[in-house]
Design a protein around this ligand. Sequence first.
Ligand SMILES: C[S@@+](CC[C@H](N)C(=O)[O-])C[C@H]1O[C@@H](n2cnc3c(N)ncnc32)[C@H](O)[C@@H]1O
Length: 148
Amino acid sequence: MDLSDEQWLASWRSEQKPQPEGWSFSDLETRMTETPVPWDIDLVYRTALADATSVLDMGTGGGEFLLTFANSLPRDTVATEGWAPNVLAARRNLQAVGVDVVEYSAPDEDVDSLPMPFPDDRFDLVLNRHESYSPRELARVIAPGGGS
Ligand SMILES: C[S@@+](CC[C@H](N)C(=O)[O-])C[C@H]1O[C@@H](n2cnc3c(N)ncnc32)[C@H](O)[C@@H]1O
């Protein structure tokens, strides 16, 4: 689009509003382009979920993305979320599919400073799209032979 700097600024300012809760960008769907990536995250998730019996989704946002896999989730699926508005949104969205939402996030400045609120070897699959994590804690909560 051939806009002047002022027109670009005006159009960006008209979009400024408080961050909506959750983590869905469906409002932008028809106005957004994304650079293609060389992997298929849906296929990666579905393949991993096929064998999973206990799953953790870290930093689930409002749970919108996890919900797209609702038919593939084992009964024992738990999510974490650390941003207060999204803890509420995730609980509301995920309760219908029986996923508990635990309030937790690893502090960005020191991911090892807050242990994950789960016992050793708790999960055989940990999903994480765009959330900070402690590799040490991840290794602790994944059961031997499990994955992330
Ligand atoms: C990038 S989001 C990804 C959510 C989800 N895993 C997904 O793939 O759709 C990662 C984390 O950032 C959190 N987050 C989003 N906005 C935030 C904000 N303004 N301050 C702090 N955390 C925020 C989300 O709630 C979520 O836990």
